[in-house]
Design a protein around this ligand. Structure first.
Ligand code: COA
Length: 185
């Protein structure tokens, strides 16, 4: 099994979650603005500990098992947020991506920097063919990020999800390996 290796960018370190992330993780996971378009509403301290324990034992690249990768600011050591990454159980050359940043760290290009680095690493390391991301159509920051990454809107689902008390619409974005390499080297 592949051991987790940190991925570094000029400002960031993508690494495994650790116990000292608890406070920062609890804070952004319980921020209603961060949760607004996510499947979750918030998290208790016990649930956050369980999450950290679970993450400690995961390795990336196990088909069907989603992993959350911590995004750390190298200079300050602060936890800024995380990337979600899962290889499809049935077809592990396809993967799904997700991301969250604490509110204070949005608007600095950190998500773009983290996701670009992670996808470049993941396309190579897991021999991926295609990566997808699904976003609420109203989540304009997420739509902008996916388009900035060069992902293509392939689907627009209308009221396909019962989401926080109402039917929601979602976009499906995707990018193929050769497209990623053309755009990001
Ligand atoms: C989706 C999300 C990660 C996007 O974060 P973000 O900070 O807007 O995304 P980026 O990293 O691409 O940053 C882009 C912004 O940083 C600015 N920026 C500042 N310095 C920059 C730099 N060095 N490089 C690039 N952009 C920079 C850009 O101008 C842009 O600002 P704007 O949105 O005002 O135009 C964030 O909104 C979030 O965590 N939301 C809550 C969780 C969520 O909904 N996740 C998605 C579920 S599908």
């Amino acid at each position: 099994m592949l051991e987790f290796t940190d991925v570094e960018t000029s400002r960031l370190r993508l690494r495994r979650f650790k116990d000292t992330d608890l406070a920062a993780f609890l804070e952004y996971r319980n921020d209603p603005e961060v949760a607004r378009y996510q499947s979750w509403e918030g998290i208790s301290e016990a649930e956050a500990w369980a999450f950290l324990r679970e993450q400690r034992d995961l390795q990336p690249g196990v088909p069907g098992v989603g992993m959350q990768i911590a995004i750390e600011h190298k200079e300050s050591g602060e936890l800024l947020g995380d990337c979600y990454f899962k290889l499809e159980a049935e077809e592990p050359r396809q993967a799904e991506l997700g991301y969250s940043l604490a509110r204070a760290y949005q608007g600095y290009g950190f998500a773009s920097e983290a996701v670009t680095a992670w996808l470049s690493y993941a396309f190579r390391t897991f021999d991926l063919h295609r990566v997808i991301a699904i976003t609420d159509c109203e989540n304009s920051a997420s739509v902008t990020l996916l388009e900035r990454l060069g992902m293509r809107r392939e689907g627009h689902f209308i009221q396909n999800i019962w989401f926080k008390g109402k039917w929601g619409d979602e976009y499906l974005y995707a990018i193929l390996r050769e497209e990623w390499e053309r755009l990001h080297g």
